[in-house]
Design a protein around this ligand. Structure first.
Ligand code: AMP
Ligand code: MG
Length: 418
């Protein structure tokens, strides 16, 4: 049984990111949000594109107004009005000002903007009631970004701020990594699809739906391969076709997720089948609760997907996805960093218990109380087979190996999920 941190390292070591030349697609800016940039972006534009005003006010020559104050204001002639979007027509001479608005181009000869609240207008003249700082309220050409430098690096997720930057830089088409393909199947004779009436002993294959939703949430494409019976022949057939590296591979997947059949029960065949197909098993079980039985395997061909055999218990499948599969998808997707889960410190509202032997995850909700995170354990059974009370939770409190008890009000590390 391996420690969680070792398993995390082994998995991240196994994952090769998508190729920045082959595994890309060109998308329009409007559909680029949440995608991962594959090529660095540079722009031929300076930001700002020209010296412009940061305020509504008057463009002036600093030397004309540097001694201004309420009792002895500089008195300047207004020679022009410059709204945003227009090219100034004149050059300011000594004793002159231009009415200017936020974002408008500074006229030649002016070096400073006096905000209108510090002026008094008298017909075509303006009185400057307080001396500004030199160059105050001028946004200088190229002060934010110089044309030709790198604007955005490869390997970042395009969130709304990056989309805004790309729009401003007139980048309408972008090279992004293709979505990782994740094949999903479930194994178990008791499983049926949600549309079927349940016969005695049957349950719905909820994991397939949960995993598909998780895969999509992580920017990857789920390929749903259905339910495979708990017999070695059926499983062998499924795993060999999904995982083979030849042109007939069903999914051409980057990752395969199965759930069920990796435990030590008489019908748990996945590990032995993987081995018989030449796969190398890197992980068989992890010191984590829930989620101890977890298989991670790779095939000899570098074209073959990485195989994750997740436990069948629905909460175990969720927890092992969040803890181990999610970082793998993030690295594979081309993200340059930020693969590992982020834990936040929280105050526990409730008593939390573990046997101390495995890293234990307890599901609940994270609330902000007076600016401090507070973890509330959800009521109901915390059995890994109980899917029902996971609904409406958004966090997992983590008790490390060796910790058996967290008292109410004690600090606990929490993983935000969902
Ligand atoms: P296993 O890992 O195959 O021993 O399954 C452990 C438990 O999870 C059993 O109670 C199964 O019925 C249940 N289970 C297995 N696969 C699924 C699935 N796809 N959806 C929901 N429950 C499952
Ligand atoms: Mg089973």
């Amino acid at each position: 049984m391996l420690l969680v941190s070792d398993v995390e390292a082994i998995i991240l070591n196994l994952v090769q990111p998508l190729d920045h030349q082959q595994d890309i697609e060109i998308v329009d800016l409007l559909s680029a949000d949440n995608r991962i940039l594959a090529t660095p972006v540079t722009s031929e534009l300076d930001f700002p594109h020209w010296d412009n005003s940061a305020m509504d006010g008057y463009a002036v020559r600093y030397e004309d107004v540097q001694h201004s104050h309420e009792a002895q204001p500089a008195n300047l002639e207004i020679i022009e009005e410059i709204p945003a979007g227009y090219q100034p027509q004149s050059t300011l001479q000594s004793g002159q000002a231009a009415r200017i608005f936020t974002g408008a181009v500074m006229p030649d000869g002016a070096d400073t903007v006096v905000m209108q609240e510090r002026t008094r207008r008298e017909d075509n003249r303006v009185l400057i009631l307080a001396a500004p700082q030199p160059q105050e309220f001028v946004r200088h050409k190229a002060a934010f970004y110089q044309a030709g430098k790198q604007l955005l690096p490869a390997g970042i997720k395009l969130n709304p701020p990056e989309i805004a930057v790309l729009a401003a830089a007139q980048c309408s088409q972008l090279s992004v990594y293709r979505r990782p393909r994740v094949a999903i199947f479930s194994s178990g004779d008791e499983l049926v699809t949600p549309d079927k009436p349940l016969k005695p002993g049957q349950i719905v294959d909820s994991n397939q739906y949960a995993l598909a939703a998780l895969v999509k949430q992580n920017g990857a494409e789920p390929l749903l391969l259905g339910i495979v019976k708990d017999n070695p022949e059926a499983l062998r057939e499924a795993i060999s076709t999904i995982s083979s590296a030849n042109a007939y591979a069903i999914a051409n997947a980057d990752i395969v997720l199965s759930s069920g059949g990796v435990s030590v029960g008489d019908y748990d065949y996945i590990d032995q089948i993987l081995e018989s197909l030449g796969a190398k098993i890197h992980i068989r079980s992890v010191a984590i609760s829930p989620g101890k039985p977890l298989t991670v395997a790779s095939f000899p061909s570098s074209q073959s997907p990485i195989y994750f055999g997740l436990p069948g218990n629905p909460v175990s499948a969720l927890v092992t996805f969040w803890r181990f599969v999610q970082p793998a998808i993030k690295k594979l997707s081309g993200l340059a960093q930020g693969w590992k889960p982020v834990f936040v410190k929280a105050r526990s509202h409730d008593e939390l218990k573990s046997n101390g032997k495995r890293e234990t995850y307890i599901w609940g909700r994270l609330h902000l109380v007076d600016g401090v995170y507070e973890f509330h354990k959800v009521g109901g059974s915390h059995s890994s087979g109980n899917l029902i009370n996971v609904a409406q939770t958004n966090a997992l409190a983590m008790l490390p190996v060796g910790t058996t008890l967290i008292f109410p009000q004690d600090e606990v590390l929490v993983l935000q999920v969902g």
